[in-house]
Write a protein that binds this ligand. Structure first.
Ligand code: FES
Ligand code: FE2
Length: 443
């Protein structure tokens, strides 16, 4: 493989991640960003899409995994392929629309090489021009590259770009219980992606978003001006005014430190973890008429209570998605450059549930995660300022030490206080392992 020389040896990378601090270079250095693309985002299991987006043979959805342009395709046998969206001839991006149906083959718009929906090279115009040229020994003969491994878990499609590495269930382990809970909330036991996703560009490193998902010391501070104002205005309304859904969603953002601390955080291996072990900002939403009844009809009283009693807040799946089961949203933090991240917020319909639930999901995404959100701007501003502040070379370290305990991360699932930064440290332990593994395997 042709590889550019790098000063970031495994030893150099190890020096960037301490027990309770990380070096600013992990957020700012373009070479480290490139290494993340070629190591971390190739060797971990990364979210691609949802199988409800491609119900029929030939249906596709285009996206990216790390730096790779991707097209996810439904095959005639019902399987899902994850292909690299790049012509084997001169590299043209083959599929340009966001979604659609490929028909029976993919045809390149440049010289009309064609590929099966599985990526195999089918035809080349004037093919005899390659006879006796050594074409059979070239990479082009192989057609489109594809992900090394694909897994569809309860409708969620993940891939590992690399042909070798950790198996899907070993990588996610018990953290899959969050996806289970979100799907189990559908009386029909199935989710559908509802509409498109909201896209929001962030001028910061993708890991700042990943850390923020379990940062329970920021909402009451960073969101004071937005959610705090909502609460104040709501407090001025005459007694007996029905509480709007928007107030229900904004208000918990300015909960107390004690509230967020009591929520707890559960930490799993490989960088995964979630807030909201015993309570969360989603725990006190009002009842949706007809939903409980539909759930009980599908699952019975006891199981319904277990499913809806789970109040998980943010589940961070390392490296770059966050799932909110009780509100049926998923956010993807797409890394574009060391200081540029595209955030996508997805909404899901619980099949068999009343429409009002989807309305709540859409409202949450609009109010909290969209470019028009007042809460989202609070976070955007602090990320942007952090990216700017980290340009300073006179302070080198970012502190992640809150409630650090020597030996943490040794057991498979730990529950810690909600205001702990243990999940951020968990992510960096995984980061270091997957960033160093490729070089160590090669040496
Ligand atoms: S670049 Fe695709 S056929 Fe030539
Ligand atoms: Fe926030």
């Amino acid at each position: 493989m042709i590889n550019s020389a790098t000063r970031w040896t495994s030893a150099a990378l190890r020096a960037l991640v301490r027990d309770n601090e990380v070096h600013r270079a992990v957020y700012t250095d373009p070479e480290i960003f490139n290494l993340e693309m070629s190591r971390l985002f190739r060797s971990t299991w990364v979210f691609v899409g949802h199988d409800s987006q491609i119900p029929n043979a030939g249906d596709y959805f285009t996206t990216s995994v790390g730096a790779e342009p991707i097209v996810m395709v439904r095959q005639a046998d019902g399987g899902v392929s994850v292909l690299i969206n790049r012509c084997a001839h001169k590299g043209v991006r083959l599929v340009s629309e966001g979604s659609g149906n490929l028909g029976r083959f993919i045809r390149c718009p440049y010289h009309a090489w064609t590929y099966g929906t599985d990526g195999a090279l089918q035809n080349i115009p004037l093919r005899d021009g390659y006879d006796g040229t050594g074409f059979e020994a070239t990479e082009a003969r192989l057609g489109l590259a594809s992900a090394g491994a694909v897994a569809v878990y309860r409708g969620f499609v993940f891939c590992r770009l690399s042909g070798e590495g950790v198996a899907f269930h070993d990588y996610f382990g018990e953290s899959l219980s969050t996806l289970d809970n979100m799907v189990d909330r559908a009386p029909a036991g199935r989710l559908e992606v509802a509409g498109g996703m909201l896209r929001y560009m962030h001028p910061c490193n993708w890991k700042m978003l990943a850390e923020n998902q379990t940062d329970a010391c920021h909402p009451m501070v960073a969101h004071e001006s937005s959610a705090g104002t909502t609460v104040r205005i709501w407090g001025e309304q005459p007694e007996g005014t029905p509480k709007p859904m928007a107030v229900e969603q904004f208000a918990p953002f300015v909960g107390t430190y004690k509230f967020f601390d009591n929520m707890g955080i559960r930490i799993w291996p490989n960088g995964h973890g979630h807030t909201g072990v015993s309570d969360s900002i989603h725990a006190a939403y009002s009842v949706i008429p007809g939903y409980q009844e539909a759930m009980v009809a599908a699952y019975g009283q006891e199981r319904t209570a277990r499913i809806l009693g789970e109040v998980r807040h943010n589940t961070m799946y390392f490296p770059n998605i966050m799932v909110k089961g009780p509100i049926q949203t998923l956010r993807v933090f797409k890394p574009l450059a060391a200081d540029r991240t595209l955030v996508e917020s997805w909404t899901f319909r619980l099949v068999g549930a009343p429409d009002l639930l989807l309305e709540r999901t859409c409202m949450y995404n609009r109010l909290i995660n969209s470019p028009g959100s007042i809460v989202g701007h609070d976070d955007l501003e602090v990320y942007e300022r952090a990216q700017q502040g980290l340009q300073s070379g006179l302070r080198e370290w970012v502190n992640l030490g809150r409630l650090f305990q020597p030996g943490e991360g040794a057991s498979p699932a730990e529950v810690v206080r909600g205001t702990s930064e243990a999940q951020m440290r968990n992510q960096f332990r995984a980061w270091l392992r997957f960033m160093s593994a490729t070089e160590e395997a090669a040496s």
